[in-house]
Design a binder for this molecule. Structure first.
Ligand SMILES: Cc1ncc(COP(=O)(O)O)c(C=O)c1O
Length: 380
């Protein structure tokens, strides 16, 4: 008996679609519609007073819901618009002209993060990317040997978007600490499907978003900054919400506030935070360890079925090294993905990887079998 299936009725799309794409866009909870109505009602009835009646604080109050999922303390997570902005805020905390100017990153990191890292080169940063030899995995030792006394920041993906490879972020953070460097982990593909504890990992910063496993929809990315760093790091990517006295409207250089608001910038995306809340609440209520237990079982089954069908699998067989997605390399993967969509089975395709298939807590075992059966029939 799979108790998590009781949640299916909360997700309207599951009534007519085999939804295997939660690594890309998690299914919308039915209660999100009501949350959006709360937003419009608030705006319509309270007008400008909405700011002081909750909106202003939302980046932190809604951030707390994410914080509970990733092991952060109260007030240590704020919501921004997306991961790219969060990464940019983190990178702007460092002086890339200083002698310690090396930024170490992994060859499996998300391209948007790469673009931001390389953009820092004009300010003096030396970006060192540790390549993945096979394009899917990256032994942690390769990263550890690149971190040295000249490293300011190590920015890595916890779970790789292309292959779902799980990186040993804890060991990276330990090595970084030994040499006085800081670590930013991108949790986008882990939080919500893999238990994450930012304290236990020992990272200084973490970023992620709501679109995927957290079922929160677009427009809400989150940033964690460890509390003891708030008075030590100063983002140059900033805005008036980070000011100590924002309603003083002082010009000139900013005087930063001392709390997590110092990592905010301009007006936050209020409707996206209303939308995102229901997904966070549901994932928080279920608990990620129950989600993970089911995910390991179902991804294992997917791998078995794909191998039986004669396909190559580009995700690790060892569950400890695998996130919530299984990447199945099928000839003409893009076309197969399109035909699957026509048959009401949603997955996606990534070049040099294959078809990404992701069960989530609401997936039935029958849907797993059905997906591989259809891939098989189309490929044939
Ligand atoms: C691991 C990872 N990081 C970052 C991103 C991009 O995030 P955003 O669009 O919020 O900047 C993605 C999106 O697919 C991702 O998978």
């Amino acid at each position: 008996m799979d108790e998590l299936l009781a949640w299916r009725k909360e997700f309207p799309i599951l009534g007519h679609t085999t939804y295997m794409i939660s690594h890309s866009l998690g299914a919308m909870p039915a209660r999100t519609r009501q949350r959006m109505a709360e937003y419009t009602d608030m705006w319509a009835s309270r007008g400008i007073r909405a700011w002081e009646e909750g909106w202003w604080e939302m980046p932190v109050t809604v951030g707390n819901l994410v914080g509970r999922i990733i092991g952060a303390g109260e007030g240590e997570v704020i919501l921004q618009q997306n991961v790219s902005i969060c990464q940019w805020v983190v990178c702007s905390c460092f002086d890339w002209q200083a002698r310690r100017n090396k930024l170490v990153t992994d060859g499996l990191n998300f391209p948007s993060n790469n673009y931001i890292h390389h953009g820092l080169e004009r300010n003096g940063a030396r970006v060192v990317t540790v390549p993945s030899e096979d394009g899917f995995t990256l032994p942690v030792e390769r990263i550890l040997e690149t971190i040295d006394e000249e490293t300011a920041l190590v920015s890595v993906s916890h779970v790789a978007f292309r292959s779902s490879y799980v990186q040993d972020v804890g060991r990276i953070a330990q090595r970084a600490r030994e040499v006085g460097a800081m670590v930013c982990a991108d949790l986008y593909q882990s939080a919500g499907t893999l238990p994450v504890d930012v304290r236990a990992l020992g990272v200084e910063f973490a970023t992620g978003g709501s679109v995927k496993w957290l079922c929160g929809g677009p427009g809400a990315g989150y940033l964690y900054v460890r509390r003891d760093l708030w008075d030590k790091v100063t983002p140059s990517a900033t805005g008036w919400m980070a000011h100590e006295s924002p309603f003083g409207f002082e010009g000139g250089p900013i005087r930063y506030t001392s709390d997590m608001f110092r990592f905010l910038n301009g007006t936050p995306n209020i409707p996206a935070m209303y939308a995102a809340r229901s997904g966070y609440e549901i994932v928080g209520e279920i608990g990620v360890s129950a989600i993970r237990e089911k995910s390991v079982r179902q991804t294992q089954r997917l791998i078995e079925l794909a191998l039986e069908a004669g396909f190559r699998v580009n995700s690790c067989r060892n569950p400890a090294q695998r996130g919530g997605t299984v990447v199945i390399d099928v000839p003409d993967g893009r076309a197969v993905t399109q035909e699957l969509a026509r048959r009401e089975i949603l997955v996606d395709y990534r070049p040099q990887a294959g078809i990404r298939v992701a069960p989530h807590f609401y997936t039935t075992d029958d849907e797993i079998e059905h997906t591989v059966r259809e891939i098989r029939s189309i490929a044939k």
